[in-house]
Design a protein around this ligand. Structure first.
Ligand SMILES: Nc1ncnc2c1ncn2[C@@H]1O[C@H](COP(=O)(O)OP(=O)(O)O)[C@@H](O)[C@H]1O
Ligand SMILES: [Mg+2]
Length: 403
């Protein structure tokens, strides 16, 4: 059962229409354009049958107003007209009418035309609802993707860092063993050896121990720094709500964390040009870390075959935005793929399970995620050429307005 709004200033015409539809549909009958406008909002019909010749506000004007109102613009309007003149029909369509029925009308024709337009309306409504659901689904999927990309990137970094913890840990245990065996052999020597020990020996012995202790302490410091940066990172990653923060601080924090990667720490010649003044932005901090780490990881991937890779990481303020750029001296991005690098799953790298040892692998979700995050903040991401010879990726995010 549909809802029909019947509009005619002539009560007899109105009664005829009512007779035609009363058994099949829910009706609302009015006799003027003004009432029609009001009922279109209140009764919320699925379709309107509208007489053209009416005093005060005629059908054309009523239709124009219905179409101008977002609340009623989607309701199909069928004109009832005594005129068969082409000009009038065209005016009807120009006002946004869907069809016209000439008076005097046959009940069958009125029913057929009305049903056709109700079907069209139902189909449109269905498509609109589906679209809406698809959009919601897409949004949800995007959020999931961003989340899983974050987990993947994080676990990759953690793997690297945990791997790097092994170096100093081996130093600590190895050197402790060395000291123990040194003391043991000395003890043995003392209990079985000749009674006379040259005066220089205890000093040499203690020097060896002191040297090893120093190495142990250095390794311990290194471990502590790594663990501290992991703690800071995991604390800031837990913060899932918007907060006012300084872009520079987030960049520095991420850089410290990335130092856990030995190639990033030692092999890459980095120049960091962070703005002197704070860059206050309102963001979820972990999302910005994700952006920084994605851009840097791409730059590292792009330069992985190079002997002396270079990278420039900079930030600053431009107009009402804070910006961050990551540049590398890699091969750059060929113009023919520049449009596609932000597409989900677009990658020129092999999958992790197909990549050769140390060869960078990709999911194609990095830049998609970066762009999605930046968009939610009303910011943007730009690809350009770096003066270093490779790519320059720049993101900008609106600064917090000073009140
Ligand atoms: N700094 C860069 N230099 C060269 N190519 C890049 C750079 N950053 C991104 N790209 C290109 O964009 C593609 C998509 O990047 P991204 O979305 O991060 O996915 P992934 O790194 O998993 O491949 C990469 O596969 C690469 O071809
Ligand atoms: Mg990437």
């Amino acid at each position: 059962m549909h809802r029909l709004l019947l509009v005619d200033d002539d009560p007899i015409n109105l009664a005829v229409l009512e007779e035609i539809f009363s058994e099949t549909d829910t009706l609302c009958c009015v006799q003027s354009g003004e009432e029609a406008l009001q009922q279109a909002s209140e009764f919320k019909p699925d379709l309107i049958l509208l007489d053209i010749m009416m005093p005060h506000m005629d059908g054309f004007e009523t239709c124009r107003r219905l179409k101008a109102n977002p609340e009623t613009t989607e309701i199909p309007v069928l004109f009832l007209t005594a005129s068969t003149e082409l000009k009038n029909k065209l005016t009807g369509f120009a006002c946004g009418g869907s069809d016209y029925i000439t008076k005097p009308f046959e009940a069958e024709e009125v029913i057929a035309r009305t049903r056709t337009h109700l079907h069209l309306r139902d189909a449109r409504e269905l498509i609109r609802r589906h679209n809406h659901e698809l959009e919601a689904l897409l949004e949800e999927r995007t959020r999931d993707l961003i989340q899983s990309e974050r987990h993947a990137a994080f676990s990759l970094l953690m793997q690297g860092i945990i791997h790097n913890l092994k170096g100093p840990l081996t130093a600590v245990t190895g050197l402790s063993d060395f000291i123990t065996s040194l003391i043991e052999s000395k003890n043995e020597e003392l209990s079985t050896g000749p009674a006379h020990i040259p005066a220089s020996e205890p000093i040499a012995f203690l020097t060896k121990i002191a040297g090893s202790s120093q190495l142990i302490s250095g390794a311990g410091e290194e471990l502590k720094t790594m663990i501290d940066s992991m703690m800071t990172k995991s604390k800031s990653d837990k913060q899932q709500s918007l907060c006012e923060t300084d872009l520079n601080t987030l960049i520095k924090q991420e850089l410290t964390f990335l130092e856990g990667d030995m190639r990033f720490k030692h092999a890459i010649n980095k120049t960091v040009q962070i703005a002197e003044k704070p860059l206050p932005i309102c963001v979820v901090p972990s999302e910005i870390s994700q952006i920084v780490s994605n851009l840097i990881r791409n730059a590292m991937d792009a330069t992985y075959t190079e002997k002396h890779p270079k990278m420039l990481i900079a930030s600053g303020k431009k107009g009402k935005n804070a910006w961050l750029s990551v540049e590398d001296d890699g091969p750059g991005i060929p113009p023919e793929i520049r449009d596609r690098i932000f597409d989900p799953f677009f990658t020129t790298k092999p999958r992790a399970d197909k990549a050769a040892d140390k060869e960078p692998s990709g999911t194609g979700l990095g830049l998609y995620t970066v762009a999605a995050i930046v968009n939610t903040y009303g910011g943007r991401i730009d690809v350009g050429d770096s003066s270093l010879g490779g790519t320059r990726m720049t993101i900008s995010i609106p600064l917090i307005k000073k009140t």
